[in-house]
Ligand binder design. Structure first.
Ligand code: A3P
Length: 303
């Protein structure tokens, strides 16, 4: 199998982006500088959007959705890296990688599209076309830990700085894609206004079969029993971790250096306990209550 997807980038270490504010949301400068193109993106009625705050299980959902649409055909789902099969809508970079929109425009319908944008920045055409969207939300503490490690490895986001600095920036919403709190609340509030399936990472971990069936139903796909079993297996952490078409090892180390930390890092619930100090946890809980206390969006306890 040809795994050298980006030979021209093999020896390159790309510049990390600066964050720029777009309607008060920090985004990589590449995205902000190309915003008109994103904003004017024309969705089609059968486009399926997968939307998450970063590090909440979007790659997992991309793989699940592709496996469902390919009826569990493992070879078809290895046709390209996951970021080509389900491109990131707002992806722009400082090098020769194709932009998300270039990839999407080459796709046959029904197209599967991923975004980490907060709902207010999603191009209007998705709602004008009444597109469906699948949201995956993950508890804030594990998202924060996963995001910190991702920043250490990936040059598509700024340097993380020290853990305690990153921790503070995350709470203050000063990281790429902005406030976790606003992001999840925004999508939660939209779930009854659009055709939205709102899922939780922790629920998929607890019972992948149950959640995969919800996704299949939402996609109006009827799956045979053996196909369901296959999809549960192929989308498990253990299998995806070793699948080059899902684990991002097709990206050169100058973009994502997985010698520092794997993209498929742990895939667990509650890893925050290995990172938060007692004092940090208290601060975090107090701040969390102020941000989320009034919302009907409740995450399960991951103590
Ligand atoms: P960790 O860093 O905690 O391991 P995203 O795809 O949105 O960037 O999210 C990445 C996070 O989802 C990482 O979390 C990654 O390991 C986890 N993940 C990816 N595939 C998974 C799977 N099949 N099962 C459980 N977790 C998965």
């Amino acid at each position: 199998m040809e795994l050298d997807y980006h030979p021209e980038l093999r020896d390159l270490t790309i510049r990390r982006p600066q964050l720029k504010l777009l309607e008060d949301v920090p985004l990589p400068d590449w995205v902000v500088d190309n915003w008109e193109t994103v904003k004017n993106f024309q969705a089609k009625p059968d486009d399926l959007l997968i939307a998450t705050y970063p590090k909440s299980g979007s790659t997992w959902m991309q793989e699940i959705v592709d496996l469902i649409s390919q009826n569990g055909d493992v070879e078809m789902c290895k046709r390209a890296p996951v970021y080509y099969r389900v491109p990131i809508l707002e992806f722009f970079s400082d090098n020769n990688l194709p932009t998300g929109i270039e990839l999407i425009e080459k796709m046959a319908s029904p197209r599967m599209i991923k975004t980490h944008l907060p709902i207010q920045l999603v191009p209007k055409s998705f709602w004008e076309q009444d597109c469906k969207a699948i949201i995956v939300a993950r508890n804030a503490k594990d998202s924060l830990v996963s995001y910190f490690h991702f920043h250490r490895t990936c040059h598509l986001v700024p340097e993380p700085g020290a853990w305690r600095e990153f921790f503070q920036r995350f709470m203050n919403g000063k990281v790429n894609r902005g406030s976790w709190y606003d992001h999840v609340k925004g999508w939660w509030e939209a779930k009854d206004k659009h055709r939205i399936l709102f899922l939780f990472y922790e629920d998929i971990k607890e019972n992948p079969r149950r959640e995969i069936l919800k996704v299949a139903e939402f996609m109006e796909k009827v799956l045979e029993e053996d196909v369901i079993e296959k999809i549960v297996h192929l989308s498990s952490f253990k299998v995806m971790k070793d699948n080059p078409m899902a684990n991002y090892t097709t990206l050169p180390t100058g973009i994502m250096n997985q010698n520092i930390s794997r993209f498929m890092r742990k895939g667990e619930v509650g890893d925050w306990k290995n990172h938060f100090t007692v004092a940090q946890n208290e601060d975090f809980d107090e701040h969390y209550e102020r941000q989320m206390g009034h919302s009907s969006l409740k995450f399960r306890n991951v103590l």
